[in-house]
Write a protein that binds this ligand. Structure first.
Ligand SMILES: Nc1ncnc2c1ncn2[C@@H]1O[C@H](COP(=O)(O)OP(=O)(O)OP(=O)(O)O)[C@@H](O)[C@H]1O
Length: 253
């Protein structure tokens, strides 16, 4: 792994009523890298994401962010320390516009709460930044459209703008291309390539072509354990991975 680890896990373990979904995982996410988590269904990717973002406390193990122990901290606190997660579109408010979503996200860490609505100056500052972020994800033209009117790929782009509003050190993307057609997949790859500049990205992704185009490092999980980790080409060629996962995927194409 090149560079220092910004996010690390040691012996990370999570049990659900005796079932071990994540089993003694060691992970080092290098600063400024894109790190993909892959693996067959049920491998523990989502659970690992939930552990890294504080949505689930671990049964055992530790998590460090930038050298600070964040094990067991609640999600708001983990987010405040710089780990943002792109949520699924179910968390969008149908009638709020893209711009309103991003403005809300921008004011959330300020501690001003709803008072910010009263300050025209602050509103302006949030508006400008919101428009910059919407532009970055290709939604400039659609800033005022209600979220419910956006096509699927655009909703996912809005989620990304919301996550970026927190100006995170680490951005976690949960299957950023899931359910997308080819055109949206290409647009998303291009988008992630753009937003990764100066950031660290961890993503769960099933689409191996997307992983190959974006990831510096790939961690393959199987049955809750790390099976293989390394650069994409190396991981892809690994016999254990071919047997466990990629072989089946390649055969399907
Ligand atoms: N809340 C829960 N209670 C009980 N079992 C759970 C819970 N969450 C996950 N599991 C189990 O843990 C295992 C890992 O699930 P997880 O969702 O993390 O896998 P995944 O790699 O994200 O799979 P997929 O690619 O299908 O999303 C699965 O066997 C799942 O059934």
């Amino acid at each position: 792994m090149a560079g220092r680890a910004l996010l690390s896990a040691r012996g990370l373990t999570r049990d659900f009523r005796g079932f071990r979904a994540v089993d003694q995982v060691d992970l080092d996410v290098a600063a400024d890298s894109v790190h993909a988590l892959v693996g067959p269904n049920g491998a523990g990717k989502t659970t690992l994401f939930n552990l890294l973002t504080g949505f689930l406390p671990p049964t055992a193990g530790t998590i460090e962010l930038d050298g600070r122990d964040v094990t067991g901290l609640p999600p708001e606190q983990v987010a405040r320390l710089g780990v943002a997660r792109s949520f699924q579109i179910t968390s969008l408010f149908p009638q709020l516009s893209g711009r309103e979503h991003v403005e809300l996200a921008l004011q959330s860490p300020s501690g001003l709460g709803w008072r910010f609505w009263r300050s025209a100056k602050l509103m302006r500052r949030y508006r400008e930044r919101a428009d910059e972020l919407l532009d970055m994800v290709g939604l400039a033209e659609l800033a005022e459209a209600p979220a419910e009117a956006l096509a699927y790929g655009r909703k996912r782009a809005l989620e990304l703008a919301i996550a970026l509003a927190l100006d995170p050190k680490v951005l976690l993307l949960d299957e950023p291309t899931a359910g997308m057609g080819l055109e949206d997949v290409d647009r998303t790859v291009e988008l992630v390539s753009r937003v990764r500049q100066g950031r660290t990205v961890v993503m769960v992704e099933h689409n191996m072509s997307v992983v190959g185009r974006l990831a510096d490092t790939v961690t393959v999980l199987q049955a809750g354990k790390v099976l293989v980790e390394g650069p994409y080409e190396q991981v892809r060629a690994d016999e254990r991975v071919i047997t466990a996962y990629l072989g089946a995927t390649d055969a399907a194409h």
